[in-house]
Design a protein around this ligand. Structure first.
Ligand code: ING
Length: 314
């Protein structure tokens, strides 16, 4: 009996400032029903799926900013998604801006959750690699203020037993950093869920704009292969608030091969039957960490502390 998860990557096209959460949840429900019709077990939605990608706008008024956050999950607007997924027997994952109260303080994270077929939130991840900047940079065609609106995630990279396998999550910029996949790889992850909002144009490095789609798949395919895991990359894409964002959502096998890819810049569902047992051949041979990986010999210099590499006699 194979351990197969039929995955639906539910790409979302542009969400404009005037779109309500109800508008978006209706679009997510349409994709959920299509996924159910195609026999999916799990539906994966993008990063910050409920609103327009608001870090592109410089705001100072906290109430204006907090209008993009969710103080509860599920909340009134997202409860229908939880209810329908449970009724249909589907697991799902999506990203949102989380408003969290802890120790009498308010915290704000770029968050993603994993919900099982019983409708239980079994995993939560808070984005660690926050790209962009914290202050207004008017030179940019558009801003990228994740460092202003979110705290760095405080939950690490988790891997949870769910849907018959080991499932982890990361968010957007995280996918560009090899550590992201390796920390989950060291926890025997078999499927990484990753939503993203990626503009074609990156103001600090416009010379790379023509490689945006290539870099998107490069990092996810590498992460999949080097850790023997499936990677599900799901875009919020298209010309959102006038900012072109890449699509090319993809379902990537542990071999690094793309087994399904979106071809539009709008709401689109791509589906693949993901056999989790395709992870083992990579984890037990080429990337058998116990047999071949030697971190104690890497001479890793602890960054920015000036620490001498081990054995350097410094
Ligand atoms: N978006 C982009 C991403 O990492 C970016 C930001 C674009 C960084 C291009 C570097 C190059 O895909 C988010 N939301 O992280």
């Amino acid at each position: 009996m194979t351990r197969e998860i039929v995955v639906g990557a539910a790409q979302l096209g542009p969400i404009e400032k005037e779109h309500t959460r109800r508008d978006v949840v209706d679009r997510m429900l349409a994709l959920l029903h299509r996924a159910h019709g195609m026999g999916c077990d799990l539906v994966v939605y993008p990063e910050l799926a409920l609103t327009s990608f608001f870090p592109r706008w410089y705001m100072e008024d906290q109430a204006e900013i907090d209008a993009y956050f969710e103080p509860a999950m599920p909340g009134n607007e997202t409860q229908p998604l939880f209810d329908e997924a449970k009724r249909l027997g589907l697991g799902f994952s999506f990203g949102y801006a989380e408003l969290a109260e802890a120790d009498g303080e308010t915290h704000r994270f770029n968050t993603s959750i994993l919900v099982d077929k019983a409708g239980t939130i079994v995993g939560k991840y808070r984005k660690i690699h926050l790209p962009g900047h914290a202050e207004n940079e008017p030179y940019r065609e558009f801003q990228h203020l994740e460092k202003r609106y979110f705290e760095v995630g405080d939950l690490g990279f988790g891997v949870w037993p769910a849907l018959g396998g080991n499932i982890g999550m990361c968010i957007c910029n995280d996918r560009r950093w090899p550590e992201t996949y390796r920390v989950m790889g060291l926890q025997n992850v078999e499927m990484v869920l990753c939503g993203y909002n990626t503009p074609v144009h990156n103001p600090p490095a416009p010379e790379m704009d023509n490689l945006s789609n290539f870099h998107n798949h490069l990092v996810m395919q590498s992460g999949a292969y080097q850790n023997g895991t499936w990677v599900i990359g799901v875009a919020k894409c298209g010309p959102e608030a006038g900012v072109p964002m890449i699509g090319q959502s993809a379902i990537i096998a542990p071999s690094g091969e793309i087994v399904a890819q979106a071809t539009s810049l709008d709401d689109e569902l791509i589906v693949a039957a993901c056999d989790l047992d395709r992870c083992a051949p990579y984890k037990s041979t080429v990337f058998n960490f116990a047999a071949h990986r030697r971190p104690e010999h890497y001479g890793l210099i602890v960054e920015r502390t000036g620490a001498e590499p081990p054995g350097s006699g410094g």
